[in-house]
Design a protein around this ligand. Sequence first.
Ligand SMILES: C[S@@+](CC[C@H](N)C(=O)[O-])C[C@H]1O[C@@H](n2cnc3c(N)ncnc32)[C@H](O)[C@@H]1O
Length: 470
Amino acid sequence: MEKSCLLDRHDCELRVECPQRGLEINPAKLTPFVSPDSMRHKESEPANYTASIKANSSPDEPSGTIHNWYRTVLGYSEDLVSRLLEELPFDLRTNIVDPFCGSGTTLVECMKRGIDCVGIDANPASFFISQVKTNWSLRGDRLSELCNEIREIYPRALRNTSSRRRDPTYVYLDSSGMIERGWISPLPLHKALTIKSCIQNLKTTKKYRNALMLALIAEVTYGASNVRFGPELYCGESKDDHDVLLGFCKRVQQMASDLDRVTGIDFGIAEVFLGDSRECSRVLDGVCKGSFAGVISSPPYPTEHDYTRNARLELVFLEEVSDRESLRRIKKRMIRSHTKGIYKQDSDAKLVEANDSVQSIVRTLKRKVRYKNHGFARLYPKVVEEYFGGMKQHLMSIKSVLSPASRCAYILGDQSSYLRVHIPTAEVLSSVAAEVGFKTLEIRRWRKRWSTTTCRELDENILILESPDG
Ligand SMILES: C[S@@+](CC[C@H](N)C(=O)[O-])C[C@H]1O[C@@H](n2cnc3c(N)ncnc32)[C@H](O)[C@@H]1O
């Protein structure tokens, strides 16, 4: 099947067509991480912090442990988090926060090093994934037992075809047109729904059921379905059949052995919240207020990446999306970073009306879109304003939960997919952060990505901010 946009019937808010674009990471073009010696603020780092991290980390533990349970396509690597934790002068007696935690890379890496942490994500799928990946109180042997139970009841459950059609996941996939569009073929879908019903019928607690559901959604998206990521989601060759049970069981076994591996570690505690990071202080009300040591996070970038579309199968299997309205509720909680998530009532743009860096990009885009008559392009200036306005709202809010002079590392990619207008995201956000009282310590290039839209390399940077004093 050809690469297709796969918009389902519930995707479009204000316009009608979907441009093909994407950013690909070209491994040959990755730049090495800047050495610690080049850190401008190295001398301010108290000597004992790095030592305390090293004491907590386990040298025997392979780096993908827990992380591999589920990875988001646009997530960053645990190595980056690990290096930032070692290099930045975080006060590790307190917590680290990741306000856009995705699949929990920052959280898992902090836990491994004995650092307490908090994550927030607006997407219920990311919230669910991060919650499961940070619950290390699960016992590996119990998880294996439950997997064996599923193996036993599965053959009989598979024959029950009629109840599958009443399953809310099936109902949504069918009514939204996702089956018709080939997101997943009927037989692998039937097998995945059978495992879902087996998990639901197990006599066990919610935390074990959730762990099994994580294995299932990972297998559905990356094994059983026809979707591929380039990095945007598209439909690849149709898989008429797939051994979903085998893939699922392998994933559960991996989880069980990873849990055994971390049992001996004196790990940190993670808390995960479902919420909008533009309202951090409200979401984290009562959680270590004013005492977070810092931030390590990769927020969305102003481009055409729709997190609810890339995680649509997960959201539907978790029954978080059941109709247009439930999907819209999730989208509205998110930073505006793409044209399919812009709403008439949006008003974050007002916050950056006086910001020259933002307004100069907006003016250029407005000039360029004047002669474009497709609906998407007309929204580009709006997305840029709403994006930086939303990020300003986030910085205004997170300020109150951070301790004075804490370090905040935001990983941000430059963009030029909007009519080739270059958006130096980290630089512009640095100017927005200054309006909120944050000081920019450094903008460090992390790596280069290859843009398939513009056929040129784009920088991904680490914006390192210092929070205001009190
Ligand atoms: C680049 S991803 C983070 C990936 C993550 N670092 C990882 O390794 O998996 C950005 C995340 O921000 C989340 N997000 C978008 N808008 C948000 C908002 N207003 N509040 C909280 N999370 C939001 C998305 O759901 C997505 O999971």
